[in-house]
Design a binder for this molecule. Structure first.
Ligand code: UD1
Ligand code: CA
Length: 457
């Protein structure tokens, strides 16, 4: 097995993002660019060291990745060019490794492409990832000799009019023997238009030594697209989302419009799931079989059981929903909501830290928080658990087969035992015994012959 050292260049400022956040911490699919690159590199089977060259925003970058074990941060205090950047990592590389050079702002590179590139390297071969672009402006051009062999790379700003016509460009991604990098990088000069140490100058050095330069092209152009501004970020976001959508559809999920689908995390779906337009899935979500999700739902860190129906415009976060439930439209399940089989949470209902028993229904306009509901409970419209006294939160406990009339306020802490009925409009602040009716509202008065007020002049 070969030794691999992955070097990710991420010291640049990313000035065109016009942001306080280091560029590589901006997100695609809810995940920082640099994390996408790391994941692609980590997916390779080879034994690898990971070196991230940091400069601008180094502190923030380190902080945000500190959870990830095994990353070596290499500081490049002045950004003197890509060659200089790689040079900073040199002392940390194994002498006999292959160095895989990646860019922190090229997020959609695929492990398969990297593997194919690395496979082309041997002791006398350097592998370069190139691509042919309709509009190659801005990129380094691949210069080939009459036999079609790569001779050198010329940067846009240093290229002649003839060279500028070349459409094959340097993606920046390459795989090189570390021992050769150790020899070539110290020889780089910054005698060019940008007064930078160009990594690309090692190509001509390699050719002069008789090293073969083999090029490889990715199967998709988006794999090597970099992000320099918000427009490019938005473009790659759509490509990333479209790819996620394609994978889900291949796995048997129906997306009514793959162009209007967003996944920012992991989404696992069972069979025959149907997802309507404009839904957003964040974090880790697991969806069972035969689940239907209406349009404009936002679902975050949730588990949804089989045969559940989620109507449009519902928001579910850190919650567990079992089988055969009905949610929404316009329901909000806040963290800690747990719906047992067949539970219903209808329109304009908010739940939080609430366990809703089997077959229980909260169909309209209610707030149920810090509460446990048994089975077959019916909560009337406008019911509120008054769980908060301004300082502390209190629990509401409701047994099985309880009927709560509309517009009831349950002043917690309060316990309603099995089979109880609460009259509509009650303010319940005392526990209610099993199978009793509790009414806590002022009796209706009737005043006959009532004179309606009249308008004064
Ligand atoms: C580079 C390549 C060019 C290629 C293009 C592809 C060189 C000299 N040129 O050009 O051939 O077509 O990428 O996008 O390599 N970085 C550092 N430290 C530095 C300079 C850069 O870490 O001192 C990092 C940047 O953060 C960025 C990457 O290296 O992630 C590329 O730098 P950038 O300045 O964008 O290179 P280009 O001029 O676009
Ligand atoms: Ca660039």
């Amino acid at each position: 097995m070969i030794n691999l050292d992955t070097i990710i260049l991420a010291a640049g400022k990313g000035a065109r993002m016009k942001s306080d956040l280091p560029k590589v911490l901006h997100c695609i699919g809810g995940k920082p660019l640099i994390s996408h690159v790391l994941l692609a590199a980590q997916a390779l089977e080879q034994q690898s060291g990971f070196h991230i060259v940091v400069g601008h925003g180094a502190q923030r970058l380190k902080q945000s990745l500190e959870q990830q074990a095994g990353i070596n941060f290499v500081e490049q205090t002045q950004q003197l060019g890509t060659g200089h950047a790689v040079q900073q990592a040199l002392p940390h590389l194994k002498n006999d490794s292959i160095a895989l050079i990646l860019y922190g702002d090229v997020p959609l590179i695929q492990p398969q492409t990297l593997k194919q590139l690395i496979d082309k390297v041997d002791h006398n071969t350097l592998a370069l990832l190139t691509v042919n672009l309709q509009n190659p402006t801005g990129y380094g051009r691949i210069i080939r000799n009459a036999q079609g062999r790569v001779k050198s790379i010329v940067e846009q700003k240093d290229a002649s009019t003839e060279e500028l016509k070349i459409q094959e460009i340097n993606t920046g991604i390459m795989a090189v023997n570390t021992s050769q990098l150790q020899r070539w990088l110290p020889q780089l000069s910054n005698d060019n238009t940008q007064a930078e140490y160009y990594l690309t100058d090692i190509i001509a050095m390699a050719v002069a030594e008789g090293v073969n330069i083999i090029t490889h092209q990715p199967s998709e152009q988006w794999e090597v697209m970099g992000i320099n501004n918000r427009q490019q970020q938005a473009q790659l976001e759509r490509i990333y989302q479209y790819n996620c959508a394609q994978m889900l559809m291949e796995a048997g999920v129906s997306l009514l419009d793959p162009q209007r689908f967003d996944c920012r995390g992991q989404l696992r779906c069972g069979a025959d799931v149907l997802i309507d337009i404009n839904c957003i899935f964040e974090g880790e979500n697991t969806i069972g079989n035969n689940v239907v999700i209406g349009s404009n739902c936002v679902i975050k860190n949730a588990t949804i059981g089989d045969n559940t129906l989620i109507h449009a415009n519902s928001i579910i976060e850190n919650s567990t929903v079992k089988s055969g439930c009905t949610i929404g439209p316009f329901a909000r399940l806040r963290p800690g909501s747990q719906l047992a089989d067949g539970a219903k949470v209808g329109n304009f209902v908010e739940t939080k830290k609430a366990s809703i028993g089997k077959g229980s229904k909260i169909n309209h306009l209610s707030y149920v928080g810090d509460a446990v509901l048994g089975e077959n409970v019916n909560i009337g419209a406008g019911t509120i658990t008054c769980n908060y006294d301004g300082v502390n939160k209190f629990q509401t406990s409701i047994g099985n087969d309880v009927f709560v009339g509309s517009n009831t306020a349950l002043v917690a802490p309060v316990t309603i035992e099995d089979g109880a009925t609460l009259g509509a409009g009650s303010t319940i602040n005392k526990n209610v015994k099993q199978d009793t009716l509790a009414l806590a509202r002022s009796p209706q008065k009737t005043i006959p012959g009532w004179q309606k007020p009249t308008k004064k002049n």
